[in-house]
Ligand binder design. Structure first.
Ligand SMILES: Cc1cc2nc3c(=O)[nH]c(=O)nc-3n(C[C@H](O)[C@H](O)[C@H](O)COP(=O)(O)OP(=O)(O)OC[C@H]3O[C@@H](n4cnc5c(N)ncnc54)[C@H](O)[C@@H]3O)c2cc1C
Ligand SMILES: NC(=O)c1ccc[n+]([C@@H]2O[C@H](COP(=O)([O-])OP(=O)(O)OC[C@H]3O[C@@H](n4cnc5c(N)ncnc54)[C@H](O)[C@@H]3O)[C@@H](O)[C@H]2O)c1
Length: 473
């Protein structure tokens, strides 16, 4: 594939970063006949495959299954003991492909995509330097992901805390674990390590899962407390030390201290725009990269930024959605075929603005899409929201004894359509796609009365929510 093509460049497209997003940009462009190379400095498959989505979900699943069995008379009696931590860690390692990317490399070859190993830096329009060599292309797509943010707490860096990478790839379960950060990562990993046998303390300077509807964090915090996790919300860590015996301690502004063998920092991530050579093409790495809905970087006609690196939605599925649009848009532009980049066009990631689904794999799960009620009001929408107790739905109480959970829909009164939905409860993750379809399809709420949920499923909560909202006149 290498060699100067008819346009005088080595490739039509060079993708920098072979995480799930870069792979999809490359794949969707290659399927349209674009000559593609992908540059990767670590493992093909990216953060998601080896240190994020896959290993974290594998660490969580067994504990959730045991808790689910405990909630069922007849099943709980069949349980023999605690979670087998060694077996869970082994299963996790297998889901992380033992941190080897051979399978992904074979897939790239089968898709006709060249792999260039090394760190890529943009060295001019259409130019990517890897080591000593400058590769040229008609378009370049950055898919370099995101990097963790370490808060400026005195002593924290010196204490060598775990980040999510170390936590998801560990081979040992610390007796005590202090987690700083009560977002999605901190919440999930609190469940994971508590199930594996760690005594966990979770410290957050805000509420738990602060970006979701308030009842989400409240349900999950209560469940974590029930698991024995010490959840401290609205607290401010001001100092971290690690003593000669290796015990770390986190001190709060009121003097309270928490000691543990291991400390995990999960206080957010930022787009990975540093050390990419952006200055060479007049962009300020610190300002990030702004893109249009085809993922074309503002002010350029050849540079794209897709996935975590553009900061739109730090989620694999949404990045891959952007990648499908961008890969096709790049191919259309390079081949001078028509571009469908208007709202909901094949080459536009319109849903980024309105319908991003989010699942927190906690117990209870939190599954949400679109806008929270507060976000919708901040956007100036005239909304009405209704809620329902999932513990009063027949399908849910059959699913687990003493089922607790809650659901909420947010309706744009002006248009009579859903703009947001949130479900909290055991195994609610699969409920969210129906809401995504309703939002993206702009299905009239009146019409939703004709979408009949099967009895007795947890989906019956949809009917209950409509009843709360009111039947059309
Ligand atoms: C603990 C944790 C759990 C998560 N769980 C989920 C989940 O369950 N569901 C979900 O949707 N999202 C989850 N996420 C978010 C998800 O991991 C990211 O949204 C996703 O990985 C983004 O994909 P990406 O391809 O944009 O970036 P990445 O997966 O980060 O891939 C970027 C790639 O680019 C490479 N790279 C970077 N710079 C260069 C360079 N200069 N040259 C060459 N290569 C380079 C990197 O080595 C990497 O392979 C989780 C995140 C964390 C931290
Ligand atoms: N299931 C999933 O889809 C999943 C799972 C994990 C991570 N992710 C993604 O990874 C990204 C990073 O996750 P995250 O949880 O690290 O980030 P986040 O932004 O979701 O949460 C960070 C949390 O840390 C808290 N915090 C920040 N500074 C603090 C400080 N000094 N002291 C105490 N608390 C502090 C914040 O209040 C916030 O609640 C997220 O944006 C998410 O999209 C997704």
């Amino acid at each position: 594939m290498t060699g100067t093509g008819e346009h005088g460049t080595d490739y039509d497209l060079i993708v920098v970063g072979a995480g799930p997003v870069g792979e999809n940009v490359a794949d969707y462009a290659a399927r349209r006949g674009v000559r593609v190379a992908i540059v990767e400095s670590e493992l093909v498959g990216g953060e998601c495959s080896y240190w994020a989505c896959m290993p974290s979900k594998a660490l969580l699943r067994s504990g959730h299954a045991v808790r689910a069995a405990r909630r069922l008379a007849g099943a709980r009696e069949a349980l023999g003991g605690p979670v087998d931590a060694a077996a869970v860690l082994a299963r996790r390692s297998s889901f992380a492909s033992h941190w080897k990317d051979d399978g992904q490399v074979d897939w790239l070859a089968s898709a006709g995509i060249d792999l260039i190993r090394g760190r890529g830096r943009v060295s001019g329009p259409g130019k990517v330097r890897v080591g000593d060599r400058v590769h040229t292309a008609r378009a370049v797509a950055l898919a370099t992901g995101s990097v963790p943010v370490l808060p400026p707490i005195p002593g924290l860096a010196a204490a060598k805390p775990w980040g999510t990478r170390e936590a998801t790839s560990t081979d040992r379960v610390p007796p005590r674990l202090v987690i700083i950060g009560g977002g999605v990562a901190g919440t999930e990993l609190a469940f994971a390590f508590s199930s594996l046998g760690s005594r966990v303390t979770l410290l957050s300077n805000a509420g738990l899962l602060p970006r979701e509807e308030p009842f989400a964090g409240e349900h999950v915090a209560a469940s974590l407390a029930g698991e024995g996790v010490d959840v401290r919300l609205g607290v401010t860590p001001v100092r971290v030390d690690r003593d000669a015996d290796g015990i770390a301690s986190v001190v709060l502004d009121d003097g309270t201290a928490f000691a543990a063998e291991e400390l995990l920092v999960s206080t957010g991530r930022r787009p990975n725009t540093g050390d990419l050579g952006l200055e060479a093409v007049g962009l300020d790495p610190a300002a990030g990269v702004a893109v249009d809905d085809t993922m074309l970087v503002d002010g350029t006609d050849w540079l794209y930024a897709v996935g975590d690196v553009n900061g739109r939605a730090l989620l694999t599925h949404q990045g891959k959605y952007q990648a499908r649009a961008a890969g096709e848009a790049i191919a259309a532009r390079l081949r001078a075929t028509p571009l469908a980049d208007g709202p909901w066009g094949a080459h536009a990631a319109t849903a980024d603005h309105l319908a991003v689904p989010r699942v927190v794999f906690s117990d209870p799960e939190v599954a949400a899409v679109g806008l929270s009620e507060a976000d919708a009001r901040d956007r100036g929408l005239d909304v009405r929201a209704v809620e329902y107790d999932l513990g009063s739905v027949a399908g849910a109480v059959l699913h687990a004894d003493g089922y607790t959970g809650r659901a909420k829909i947010v309706v744009d009164e002006g248009r009579g359509v859903l703009v947001g939905a949130t479900f909290v409860g055991q195994d609610v993750a699969e409920l969210v796609h129906a809401a995504t379809v309703a939002i993206v399809g702009e299905v009239a709420v009146d019409r939703l009365w004709h979408a009949v949920p099967a009895y007795p499923t947890t989906s019956e909560v949809w009917l209950r929510l409509l009843e709360e909202y009111g039947r059309p006149a």
